[in-house]
Design a binder for this molecule. Structure first.
Ligand code: PMP
Length: 362
């Protein structure tokens, strides 16, 4: 369409998978399992569900546009002040607020090869220029990223852990990198999977905020907190950046039910622990099963593992689908021999491993 901006004209819509019920109808099979979107296999927290049920009675009213209750809970849980917080309809929404607030056409945005798919989309939607740096062992090569910074660089994205590779940066290297980045460059540290990481050397971006006024940390309730379908995320940053992000935020961008669920789940410590425990055990189960099949994988700090199937992955993906297991092919990330598997329940992991063995034997 001639009327779209140059950036939008070059974009392709994000390709989301079909609903499970639709696939079951199409393929004529039942009991399909989905291990494709890094969702929480536990099901929602009972406390979140109770909060949603009781919030339903308020559904004729608009939500609290400032998310007072959720911000109070975030303050208590993370020690953040309300003027450091921007709430979003998932953290994707918050990432978009960041690009809308800060990017001019032709500004440069630095991110790595194998970075989260949303960064290039948002960059291009603003007609800004993506500067993509080579990865190191499928993770961020911080030296290459530092060298890619120019006078035109406005934003730099790092997901820690990274999706789709599961790699993570440890505190020492991240801090040294942040020290080297000019204050004129805003660093977005996307911590969607942070709750799953148990290494003592793993950095907590929220603790780094006081030292780095150019840092924005994004978090989500979609993963370990189990609320992907409700869509809640947030950005934490200094009050000046937060003010700018809230200027471009739509009023009521987070629904009443989502606010209620997120506020409630922050008190459900048992739920978070069960999520993390299940993930640790599931990761071990998948790693052992993959090793037994002689397959390589990228060691992952997230709630997914990326497997090298040592052959074109698309036919393997399709064959797994016919066995009733949906996984994520990574050709869009230029990883044509890799599949990303989200950690499921033990029986789901087992079913995936059995299906994979069968498919690869053909
Ligand atoms: N960042 C990363 C690295 C992700 O993998 C995801 C989800 N796939 C998101 C952000 C966005 O998640 P949400 O919008 O559900 O918060």
């Amino acid at each position: 369409m001639a009327l779209a901006t140059p950036g939008v004209q070059g974009l392709h819509p994000y390709e989301a998978g079909k609903p499970v019920e639709e696939l079951e109808r199409e393929l004529g099979i039942s009991n399909i399992i989905k291990l494709a979107s890094n969702e929480n296999p536990l099901g929602p927290s009972a406390m979140a569900m109770a909060a949603v049920e009781s919030a339903l009675s308020e559904s004729t009213r608009y939500p609290d546009s400032n998310g007072f209750g959720l911000k109070r809970a975030l303050r208590q849980y993370y020690g953040l002040a309300a003027d450091q917080l921007t709430l979003g309809n998932g953290s994707n929404d918050v990432l978009e607020l960041i690009t809308r607030a800060f990017l001019n056409p032709d500004d440069e945005v630095v991110f790595s090869e194998y970075a989260f798919a949303v960064y290039p989309i948002l960059t291009q939607a603003c007609s800004a220029k993506a500067v993509i740096t080579p990865a190191r062992d499928y993770g961020h090569n911080l030296q290459a990223m530092a060298e890619a910074i120019s006078d035109k660089t406005r934003l730099l994205f790092i997901a820690n852990p990274n999706n789709p590779t599961g790699t993570a940066l440890m505190r020492e290297e991240l801090v040294a990198f942040l020290d080297s980045v000019p204050q004129t460059v805003i660093v977005v540290l996307d911590e969607a999977y942070t709750e799953y990481v148990e290494s003592a050397d793993f950095p907590d971006g929220l603790e780094l905020l006081p030292q780095y006024p150019n840092l924005i940390v994004t978090r989500t309730f979609s993963k370990a907190w189990g609320l992907a379908g409700l869509r809640v995320g947030f950005a934490a940053a200094n009050p000046e950046i937060t003010d700018l992000l809230n200027r471009v935020r739509q009023p009521f961008n987070v629904s009443h039910l989502a606010l209620a669920a997120a506020e409630a789940v922050l008190s459900d410590h048992d739920y978070l622990k069960r999520s993390v425990d299940l993930n640790r055990d599931g990761m071990q189960q998948l790693e052992e099963g993959l090793k037994l099949q002689g397959l390589g994988f990228i060691p992952s700090y997230g709630n997914f593992v990326t497997v090298d199937v040592a052959r074109p992955a698309q036919p393997v993906f399709e064959a797994l689908l016919h066995e009733g297991v949906i996984v994520r092919p990574l050709a869009p990330y230029r990883m044509p021999q890799h599949l990303r598997i989200s950690i499921g329940l033990p029986e789901e992991n087992d079913r995936f491993l059995r299906a994979l063995r069968q498919v690869l034997a053909c």
